[in-house]
Design a protein around this ligand. Sequence first.
Ligand code: ADP
Ligand code: MG
Length: 797
Amino acid sequence: MVKQTIQIFARVKPPVRKHQQGIYSIDEDEKLIPSLEIILPRDLADGFVNNKRESYKFKFQRIFDQDANQETIFENIAKPVAGSVLAGYNGTIFAYGQTGSGKTFTITGGAERYSDRGIIPRTLSYIFEQLQKDSSKIYTTHISYLEIYNECGYDLLDPRHEASSLEDLPKVTILEDPDQNIHLKNLTLHQATTEEEALNLLFLGDTNRMIAETPMNQASTRSHCIFTIHLSSKEPGSATVRHAKLHLVDLAGSERVAKTGVGGHLLTEAKYINLSLHYLEQVIIALSEKHRSHIPYRNSMMTSVLRDSLGGNCMTTMIATLSLEKRNLDESISTCRFAQRVALIKNEAVLNEEIDPRLVIKRLQKEIQELKDELAMVTGEQRTEALTEAELLQLEKLITSFLEDQDPESRLEVGADMRKVHHCFHHLKKLLNDKKILENNTVSSESKDQDCQEPLKEEEYRKLRDILKQRDNEINILVNMLKKEKKKAQEALHLAGMDRREFRHSQSPPFRLGNPEEGQRMRLSSAPSQAQDFSILGKRSSLLHKKIGMREEMSLGRQEAFEIFKRDHADSVTIDDNKQILKQRFSEAKALGESINEARSKIGHLKEEITQRHIQQVALGISENMAVPLMPDQQEEKLRSQLEEEKRRYKTMFTRLKALKVEIEHLQLLMDKAKVKLQKEFEVWWAEEATNLQVNSPAVNSLDHTKPFLQTSDSQHERSQLLSNKSDVNARKILPSPCPSPHSQKQSSTSTPLEDSIPKTPVSSIPLTGDSQTDSDIIAFIKARQSILQKQCLGSN
Ligand code: ADP
Ligand code: MG
């Protein structure tokens, strides 16, 4: 058992605005324990806290200042926890802090750069690397991803759902067994055998999380997300299984109401926006107070789920994320205070060992059989069931070898089973009788007269006829078998022929790489002996694909608008950057792949040369009558060192290629995610604009309704200028259907796409007069107007 208080770390986020001096400082005391001092500027201190303290000091295990990168955070915080999880202990890392302080950045990572990977992807990578290294145990890894919003749990890893809101995801509920163990109903555990599979699950969950979020629920700031790695291990042959769980928790924003505190308010009195964080605090307070018997875990779903992590069987670590800007100082102080309380909680982690019931059953069955045998031996108990064919055969074999054994001491050992003993006697008796008859027959055949021979012949005939019949049967069976074999062989030949043909078709040049821009997959099929399938996108979650595929369902006009929306979106820079990086990585991988192939064939050649050389040497030795050549062959030595060098080169390149593969995959997933986000924002914007249009459009008048579109080319030009102005966020707030870009004109040889992209009141919604002639005139007029408009639009571009 390992007793440990919850470890607390602080991480300070780089400020959005320029560094504000003198707000905080990091020191170490004489025992080298680091402390964070937050200094309140006087103006804030006055109306802020009643005792007018100006500086607050908090101790942490370690404090990571703004410049600490993700690698440092992983190495110092997550790696030790992952280590104990690998050893069989439960672990939890949770990030706590106000919205925007870097919780998600720390736990999951940034959405832009590969180097911004957070604790989850790095931990997965580390765990799978360790599992691969350790061949002494059999490991199984499962992943679950739970989101808790408003006291409701949702399974983020449900691949069946096209979640467009949280409610679309399967609801997870808590069940408590009589031993007060918590079980989560409906939370699926997905097995992940590789880092890649686990990463796909993470991205699937994150995408679901993003898509399910609406401006109304603000799930990302108000919900808790618990990513859990379930690890079990077992030594081969042993029935003992170890289970360990690692929770990686991104808590809801810890901000409170009454933030700026009317004079006289103590900071701690401010209320959490998130009720479950309030309950978390209550649990923490209860745990940090001695002699408290009741801990109110059950008050909220989050505290129930994390029950073991808080004061239970778990090694727990908290990361207090701080955004130490002037306006955030009160929240930062709250976060630090919370951390100080958390640091008082003692956990007791034990190894979670369990006996595998299947193995136990097997062992017990064997033991029972042995005991039964022993019992039968002692009691001489009779068994009633008949001996099996196999047992009878075995006994007869024993008897034969017993009879053949010349050793007078030899024994017929059949155990204490009376059935077997009886059978042995019977068999011996039969043998004896048979022998007697045979002897009699021989004697009588010699002495008896001709008359007596008739029945004997009859008997022999019968026997011979039987034997003949048996042989006939055997031959028939053999012929059938032969036929079958022949047919099989023909089929195999046919298949082999087809395979060869298919193989010829499918054989692609080694390391053929796709075009990254189109999200192609990298296929390194003929890669080295380890023959790894580097098909990256292939395994990617179909959900991600579906989400991206949504676009294909858009009308052309909407697609056009989407293109412009995308171009003006801040994220497009990131997507483009990542595309560039991806392109570089692809060509790097391609080049590496080629070099690897070269190295491989070089290794082959060198080996061949060495063998040849060796044969030559031996031949020389024989011709000169020497068993071993006198001098070590320098040429061979040289070849060998070249071979070693080539092997080293090969290994280095292969390791690099593997790392590249992970990076490429991560980048592709990041891009997919960014695309889904973009799509989602576009849909929201489109819907908003469509509503605005409906609300703002003048009373539908058959003549008036075209007015807004009767623009001069100048105003249209202005509009597209506005759209293309990247810095202008409001650019998005204009009409959803701008004039098509030149690009679309090429496509739109027919009028449909253009019609689509020019907003117009549907003819059906025009109030008509009821007079069929007048009405059709009006419709014809409107159509003519629209066609003129299209031409104008084209002209202005
Ligand atoms: P939270 O999850 O606490 O609301 P986020 O993790 O979303 O906060 O961080 C808010 C923003 O700050 C994000 O754009 C994120 O990329 C950025 N950010 C947070 N921490 C860091 C850091 N240590 N270094 C660089 N950027 C950071
Ligand atoms: Mg967040």
